[in-house]
Design a protein around this ligand. Structure first.
Ligand code: PML
Length: 249
């Protein structure tokens, strides 16, 4: 079977490289017969987003080598209900401390995410020094080539009906791939969507821990930080995130 990777990104006010605002992105994997449906879903996501309507959409469809893939079980999901973003951020800080992320790295991550309004991909930080490790500027590192196995997804949703949303499915697939990368200590994420305030801390030992408020309603900030252990080869790490093929199921 011919397997394809589909990658979408949408911007407003011109192509992102020319100063446009990043609106949304999406990743899918599928065989030839599924491409049309998947393109439809990605376009729908690009065109109907609360950050605005896209006037630039970039869609890349690439054939990938299906023989070289791994299958990962989705991380265990838990949800912490907090009353506001201050309590939520405190919860995230506690979790990151428990994962041995340094105070400096935690502080840098919150500073980056709360001022980021236009980052497409993830920012890599050394989990101890807190130093930024990637050299991608506003583009960040784009985790790609992962998707749910559709049958496994249907069965997962039957067991976890409370998490039935494309947004959660996509974030969980991404976090599962990221946490399994050699060198990842944890991921911190909240959406740049002003209407969506739930975020998460993901790690191998604690799984995917959703926190119901990590920012205020209406806030355009958001993005992803990956905390990486000191001494990790960044080129190998980025290569895995961008190019290795991962099925979630
Ligand atoms: C995003 O869609 O921009 C990230 C969403 C992260 C949280 C998803 C969830 O509710 O678990």
């Amino acid at each position: 079977e011919r397997l394809y990777s589909l990658r979408m990104r949408a911007a407003q006010g011109g192509a992102h490289e020319e100063g446009g605002l990043h609106i949304s992105g999406g990743e899918k994997l599928g065989v030839e017969e599924e491409i049309e449906t998947l393109v439809g879903r990605l376009l729908d996501k690009a065109l109907h987003h609360s950050r605005g309507t896209a006037d630039f959409i970039n869609l890349v469809i690439e054939r990938v080598d299906a023989s070289n893939c791994s299958v990962l079980s989705p991380l265990t999901v838990s949800t912490y209900k907090v009353s506001d973003y201050r309590a939520g951020r405190q919860k995230a800080v506690t979790q990151l401390r428990e994962l041995s992320v340094s105070e400096t790295a935690i502080m840098n991550a919150f500073n980056i995410l709360s001022s980021a309004q236009n980052i497409r991909g993830a920012i890599l930080l050394d989990s101890q020094s807190g130093e930024r490790l990637d050299t991608r500027g506003d583009r960040g590192v784009r985790v790609s080539r992962m998707d749910w196995d559709q049958e496994q997804y249907a069965s997962w949703i039957r067991r976890h009906p409370q998490f039935d949303s494309p947004r959660i499915a996509e974030a969980l697939a991404l976090a599962t791939k990221v946490v399994h990368a050699q060198g990842t200590v944890a991921e911190l994420c909240w959406s740049d969507d002003p209407d969506y305030v739930t975020g998460y801390v993901a790690s191998m030992t604690k799984g995917y821990c959703r926190i119901t408020h990590l920012k205020e309603e209406g806030d355009l900030s958001g993005g992803r930080v990956f905390f990486v252990s000191p001494g990790t080869s960044i080129s190998g790490y980025v290569e895995y995130l961008e190019r290795s093929l991962v099925w979630i199921g």
